[in-house]
Design a protein around this ligand. Sequence first.
Ligand code: ATP
Ligand code: MG
Length: 331
Amino acid sequence: MTATNQTAVARATPADKAGEPILSVQDLSKVFRQGVLGRGGFPALKGVDLSVGRGTVFGLLGPNGAGKTTLVKILLGLVRGYGGTARVFGRPPKQANVRRRIGYLPEAHRMPVYLTGRQVMLLFGMLSGTPRALVEKRIDPLLERMNILDAADRKVREYSKGMQQRLGLAQALIHQPDLLFLDEPTDGVDPVGRMVIRTVVQELRAAGTTIFINSHLLMEVEMICDSVVIMDKGRILREGTIAELTPRTGRVLFDLVGEQEELPTLLSGLGANLHVHTLSDSTALELSVEGAEQDLVIDRLRSAGIGIRAVTPRRTSLEEAFVDLVEGTQQ
Ligand SMILES: Nc1ncnc2c1ncn2[C@@H]1O[C@H](COP(=O)(O)OP(=O)(O)OP(=O)(O)O)[C@@H](O)[C@H]1O
Ligand SMILES: [Mg+2]
């Protein structure tokens, strides 16, 4: 949702300098009070430092309860009473001219169900302070982009979960924000819709928008994020680019044509930790090989008349890196 109900649209602020991170937090901490008397408290964030560069797609990952939504809400000025520093466009998040430039798709959001999709767009567009004529002009293209234009005049209560999520993303874009927060954007969305969302994110990045994504769907994060932070229990465990977090394993995957039963014999003495996975018309062979040894494997496969469709260095998947990291801290 647009994070403001102010009028007037401010764009560049004096602090909005090239090269400066679009958002940053230093030593950020948040303790939620617990119980009616508010005695004690639950530390949701325990000294988090991060910064996000302009025009990037940034992924914040972590298991349930890690503190992701709390961090986003602080950056949106929705959670107060925190320790440390938070800056968005170089300014404290609660400043209205900061929030006007931000789009927000909340986790498990609820749209007013008695409105139509078009009315929801108009409502959030007006709340963002964008002139009505401009909002009206943008509604149809955005709904079209999210593949829900044909439902524009139906009430939100009749929308499926995935349609509501698409509408949620469309409304977050109505004021053309410079910075977009998406909390679990593909929740409940079917594979085609997820691809549409990924494409929209890539188009927005190409146009210079910065996108901050909270997600549990690590394969998607791997596909669209430039850099990620993995956090758990209020602390950052790891940060880096996708390439840094998914290093090569030293293993190589061979995609071979046809069923190949004899590979262990054929490759005896070459490579280590051989894994063979045979399907009806192809075989996946995975093994640890060094450079020159890889050529020998290829030579043996070719001289046995085996077709090679692809040879790919195997990287750790983001999911593997995530599980290793989070499980590693729980022992
Ligand atoms: N308003 C609140 N009052 C008390 N505790 C809260 C409040 N909001 C969050 N918490 C606690 O802070 C911790 C972090 O919650 P948060 O919603 O930030 O997690 P998350 O990483 O977004 O998790 P999820 O993946 O489930 O969305 C949790 O233990 C949660 O119970
Ligand atoms: Mg959350």
